[in-house]
Design a protein around this ligand. Structure first.
Ligand code: FMN
Length: 309
């Protein structure tokens, strides 16, 4: 049983090369003036992390069309008459199941297994679509990061986790570390494909704005542009970075945490209330990151009052 769930799931991991025919027509045309005729030669070889069977395109084609305009609906919670001490609402079903213990560093376990496990289990995650500029102001960058979260509101603080080191930083981190500025844009349903396209690993200095077709809007406090299509954006200043070392390859720096303070918020006028305090979920239609190459929508909600002692 477990095996079949896992093998079904693994079909949703795919090699980026499997999308090559699609991307090479669209994205490479936009990038060819900068990179030459075959920018996807190196792109397609870069990642074996996202594997899916050769039949992915067939599976995708067999799925129902995306339902636009799905309303956000509120239902009752699973057990509306839940009382203090009642525990789970499944009548004890979950207590009949067993758990598998996993040591993240057990012998022979590849780090990619931890990656796949964490991104599929810690879900849904908000995605920060981060816009930055180079220190000399000559180049712009846009890329998505789902190791991201708001962690405080006074001051407004956000965290973003970058895979890799400061020395070999992803373009976003390099710009963020050098300029100490960025814009965090929230991804909505109406530009999910464009946002996904910005994950392309273009060389430093090649902008993902063109690849995505998204639109730059001026920011107030920072140099980097906002994504105009975003319902909500946050101009941010870097507070600090902290670099982490690999457990499997001691001495190798493999992760960087960036703490960013929000210094200006932007919310589309049809999504914000009069007090400028609540963003309307029905307008925001946020996209979250799930495991593998899956994204989530938020269309079902429940409300449960907060308990008081
Ligand atoms: C939805 C999504 C979420 C991602 N989240 C992260 C993340 O949290 N951390 C990270 O290092 N890379 C993440 N990536 C990969 C980066 O977006 C990718 O490496 C990108 O090329 C980085 O761009 P840059 O070099 O221009 O900064 C994510 C990719 C996607 C599609």
């Amino acid at each position: 049983m477990r095996h079949s769930i896992l093998s079904n799931f693994s079909r949703f991991f795919y090699t980026i090369s499997s999308l090559k025919p699609f991307k090479s027509r669209t994205l490479s045309r936009r990038l060819s003036p900068v990179l030459g005729p075959s920018p996807y030669r190196s792109f397609s070889q870069t990642s074996t992390m996202f594997k899916v069977g050769d039949d992915f395109e067939k599976i995708q084609a067999s799925r129902p069309d995306f339902k636009h305009d799905v309303p956000v609906t509120f239902s009752k919670p699973p057990k509306p008459d839940w009382k203090e001490g009642d525990g789970a609402n499944d009548g004890g079903e979950s207590l009949k199941k067993n758990h598998v213990e996993i040591d993240p560093h057990e012998d022979g376990r590849p780090v990619t297994s931890n990656y796949k496990l964490l991104i599929s289990g810690m879900v849904p995650r908000p995605i920060a679509l981060i816009s930055t500029r180079s220190k000399d102001g000559k180049t712009t960058n846009l890329a998505p990061f789902s190791y991201s979260q708001v962690i405080n509101h006074d001051p407004p603080l956000f965290v973003v986790g970058f895979v890799g080191s400061l020395e070999k930083a992803k373009d976003t981190l390099k710009n963020l570390a050098e300029t100490e500025e960025c814009v965090i844009n929230i991804i909505s349903e109406h530009f999910v494909e464009a946002a996904n396209a910005t994950a392309i690993n273009t060389p430093y200095g090649v902008s993902e704005w063109d690849v995505s077709g998204l639109t730059q809007a001026p920011s107030s406090v920072v140099q980097a542009a906002r994504v105009k299509e975003s319902i909500m954006s946050v101009e941010g200043k870097l507070v600090e970075t902290k670099e982490f070392e690999s457990r499997t390859t001691p001495g190798k720096k493999t992760g960087v945490l960036a703490i960013i303070e929000g210094v200006r918020f932007w919310v589309r006028d049809d999504a914000i209330n009069e007090e400028k305090s609540i963003v309307d979920l029905k307008v925001l239609k946020p996209i979250s990151r799930l495991g593998g190459i899956s994204y989530g929508r938020t269309t079902d909600a429940i409300e449960i009052p907060r308990p008081q002692f």
